[in-house]
Design a protein around this ligand. Structure first.
Ligand SMILES: [Fe+2]
Length: 274
């Protein structure tokens, strides 16, 4: 698939990105996920983003757009995200139907390009989804594709986006759902020139760590939040959130997480899984 070329709005070549992740929308917008109406929480996040007036160049959505794999949930997603009036790129998560998304999103105004190239940075959207299971697995052809993109455009810093954060986060239940071949992923991407960042979803919490000069970032969900370092499944009281990232020409990244005001979208607390 052809890459998408994009000129950032900034003077210095910095690329500004809004990351939204784990929207978990249903075909029926009135349904809730463990007490949170995911349609309403995503609308509230988009309202807050529009109020902030942050001048981002594109939206990156890092998987689990749907909770029920339905066409209708993707139509809802496309309608909601169109309010931002920016290019939107995505990758599938474990709650998504990847093949369906790639078939329909173009017609719904969501970009299906997997490689976004700007003068100073390029973005590679990989698929770690395994059909009908929660954990992730990266196929060799995905890694080869990342290497191919980096080789094809060698003068840009590289940001790889993938649903499953390829690291353990010290949470026993959530770590069983990690990318199961993360060693292979990390070994491979550290050999690709210019990889500066891995940006993920899936863990429904804020994460930011640098390992061997690569920044690993994950972001709160626009719906429910998981409690960091919990042994068993546990929902956090923190509100739905989003992240802005500024990718600078020198290869560094500034980033900030924002959340909705407290107590607007409180989940049930007595549940054991989802
Ligand atoms: Fe998720």
């Amino acid at each position: 698939m052809a890459p998408r070329y994009l000129t950032p709005n900034s003077q210095d070549g910095s690329v500004r990105v809004l990351q939204l992740t784990d929207c978990h929308l249903f075909a029926d917008p009135n349904r809730d996920l463990l007490g949170v109406k995911t349609s309403e929480s995503m609308d509230a996040v988009i309202d807050a983003v529009l109020e902030q007036n942050f001048d981002f160049d594109f939206v990156a959505v890092t998987g689990d757009l749907s909770q029920d794999y339905s066409l209708r949930s993707y139509e809802h997603f496309a309608q909601k995200i169109a309010r931002l009036q920016k290019p939107v790129f995505f990758l599938p998560g474990n709650h998504d139907d990847g093949p369906l998304m790639y078939r329909i999103f173009d017609k719904l105004g969501v970009n299906i390009a997997k490689n976004v190239i700007t003068p100073k940075w390029q973005y590679i959207f990989l698929n770690s989804e395994v059909y009908a299971v929660a954990h992730g697995w990266i196929l060799r052809d995905q890694l080869d594709y990342a290497a191919y993109c980096a080789h094809r455009s060698p003068s840009q810093h590289v940001c790889i986006l993938v649903h499953h954060l390829p690291l353990l986060v010290g949470s026993r239940w959530l770590d069983t759902q990690t990318m199961h071949n993360s060693d292979e992923f990390n070994t491979y991407i550290h050999r690709i020139n210019n990889v500066r960042a891995i940006v993920s979803g899936h863990i429904h919490q804020e994460y930011d760590e640098t390992i061997r000069d690569v920044r690993y970032i994950a972001t709160p969900s626009t719906s429910i939040q998981f409690t960091p370092r919990s042994v068993n499944f546990s929902l956090d009281y923190l509100s739905p959130g989003w992240r802005y990232l500024t990718f600078k020409p020198d290869g560094s990244i500034d980033t900030t997480v924002y959340r909705l005001p407290k107590d607007q979208f409180s989940p049930y607390t007595d549940v054991e899984g989802y």
